[in-house]
Design a protein around this ligand. Structure first.
Ligand code: NAG
Ligand code: NAG
Ligand code: NAG
Ligand code: NAG
Length: 457
């Protein structure tokens, strides 16, 4: 029911198609009046065009005086499509702004070096940190986007920092993240007055990396580097979250899920249904060191993964694999329990993949703060095992299998959960971008527009 999507342009095309079908039917009903029909068609075409043109004029009042002309020209084309989509929305009542408290987000248009240039590498929009791309795309087409920054509640700064993949190990190199972001902030604050007005506090960034806006994969280095000063007042959308004080979340933040391609999930589920046969009892595939290296006093995964391998490596109920395999989603959909132990950071993409593919996530990451806790009832769909209890996993999972496993699976196989944790290019009500907007709509205290409205009342 609520699976409305915001592709208003397609709706518009469909409507055009419907209109012409109706015309043909009229013609068939009165086959001896082809001239009347032709005349009628042109009249209709003309009046529709005139209607849209008039709407465009009336919607687009020159309220953007404060903007630099360059920006105005760049957004002209969007204004036209906006006018069209608004008129479509009136005919199709998909206006759900009430749910989002009439939230309005301005998306900065930055030079290509900050974002679209990186997309020349296809991995940029598909890897686990790609929410920075997905949220940007979804906002661009969304109903909450405004083209008039003076009426915006929030300002989205679209910089892709995770797309510089190392040629050596294939991991994203984020050493340049701080300077790229800092330069983007210089750009927006020189182009428009809104950054300076709030010192960035109504501006929104994505930091989908291990330790959020600390931009380093190793916790001690991340903490030492800290969050850049210029981001400290802003709102950070981050995959990192813990329930205790941590310097890398000492900023207004929203915990978001890591990016998993909804198309890949759909393709896996089309081959194996979510309630199909699950012949693997416990599944884990990923980095699992026999002797983890001591990196300045830290061991990968706090040695939790090593302990899992040591204790259960020869246990036939445990399907543990240390090597990469592109088809691993087909293994998750065959599994009852999926282990989600910490890596360097507490979160991992396994959280999303397990839920999306119906495998009960077994979360082993003390103190982790999970994404969208108000929309996703994590305690009812997953298990939490303390890091110190990892050697007791076998007994814990046997007990659950014998008692409440089917209750957990019933909760888990609710398709709403899958939607809430996946980012779609065109936002859907209840999907991950939507949940981000819900969370933002709870921070409207930071909106300049709302504050000035209150003080003028
Ligand atoms: C990509 O990362 C490498 C290694 O960190 C860095 O030397 C290079 O400057 C980065 N490229 C860009 C365009 O930022
Ligand atoms: C803006 O915020 C930064 C970071 O918190 C702070 O260092 C700076 O003093 C603030 N500037 C103004 C003008 O408030
Ligand atoms: C790990 O390395 C640190 C120095 O980097 C050292 O102080 C510590 O004793 C080492 N820990 C173990 C268990 O080897
Ligand atoms: C299932 O049982 C386990 C252990 O007995 C318990 O920790 C967990 O909260 C239960 N989950 C649900 C959804 O009932």
């Amino acid at each position: 029911m609520v699976e409305q999507c915001y592709r208003s342009s397609t709706k518009h095309h469909r409507k055009g198609f419907y209109v012409s079908m109706k015309l043909f039917r009229t013609r068939n009903g009165k086959p001896d009046k082809p001239f009347v029909f032709r005349y009628f068609k042109w009249l209709l075409w003309f009046s529709l065009s005139f209607y849209f043109f008039a709407r465009f004029l009336s919607n687009h009042q020159p309220s953007t005086n404060s903007l630099k002309t360059a920006i105005i020209t760049r957004s002209q084309s969007h204004v036209v499509s906006r006018a069209l989509s608004e008129s479509t929305i009136q005919h199709h009542p998909i206006n759900n702004r009430g749910l989002l408290k009439d939230l309005k987000v301005y998306v900065y248009e930055l030079p290509a070096k900050y974002n679209s240039d990186w997309l020349s590498n296809e991995r940029c929009s598909n890897h686990l940190f790609a929410s920075e791309v997905a949220i940007h795309r979804a906002l661009m087409e969304s109903d909450v986007r405004t083209f008039d920054p003076s009426e915006a509640d929030f300002f989205f700064v679209p910089v892709y920092v995770s797309c510089n993949f190392s040629t050596v190990n294939g991991f994203p190199a984020i050493g340049h993240a701080r300077s790229l972001l800092s330069s983007a902030v210089d750009y927006v604050s020189s182009e428009l007055p809104f950054w300076k007005r709030s010192n960035g506090s109504d501006h929104v960034f994505v930091a989908s990396h291990d330790y959020g806006a600390c931009f380093h994969a190793m916790e001690d280095r991340a903490i030492a580097d800290g969050i850049p000063d210029f981001m400290k007042n802003s709102i950070i959308l981050q995959t990192f979250g813990v329930k205790y004080l941590h310097p890398c979340q000492n900023v207004e933040n929203i915990v978001i899920p890591p990016y998993i391609s909804p198309e890949n999930v759909q393709s896996t589920l089309s081959k194996s249904p979510i309630d199909g046969r699950r012949d693997i009892f416990v599944f884990f595939r990923g980095k699992m060191e026999v002797h983890p290296k001591n990196v300045s006093g830290r061991f990968y995964s706090k040695r939790v993964r090593t302990e899992i391998l040591r204790k259960y490596g020869n246990d036939r109920r445990f399907y543990l694999k240390r090597h990469r395999f592109a088809g691993y989603q087909s293994e998750i959909v065959r599994s009852v329990f999926c282990l989600c132990p910490l890596g360097w950071a507490p979160w991992s993409p396994r959280l999303v993949e397990s839920v999306a593919l119906g495998c009960v996530p077994v979360i082993i990451a003390d103190g982790i703060r999970l994404p969208f806790e108000s929309a996703v009832p994590w305690p009812e769909i997953s298990l939490m095992v303390a890091e110190k209890d990892v050697a007791k996993l076998g007994g814990i999972l046997d007990h659950v299998a014998a008692t409440n496993l089917s209750a957990i699976q019933r909760n888990l196989w609710d398709h709403k959960l899958r939607r809430a944790l996946l980012f779609h290019d065109a936002m859907e009500i209840g999907d991950a971008t939507w949940e981000v907007l819900v969370a933002l709509s709870e921070k409207l205290g930071r909106s300049h527009r709302r504050k000035s409205r209150l003080s003028s009342e």
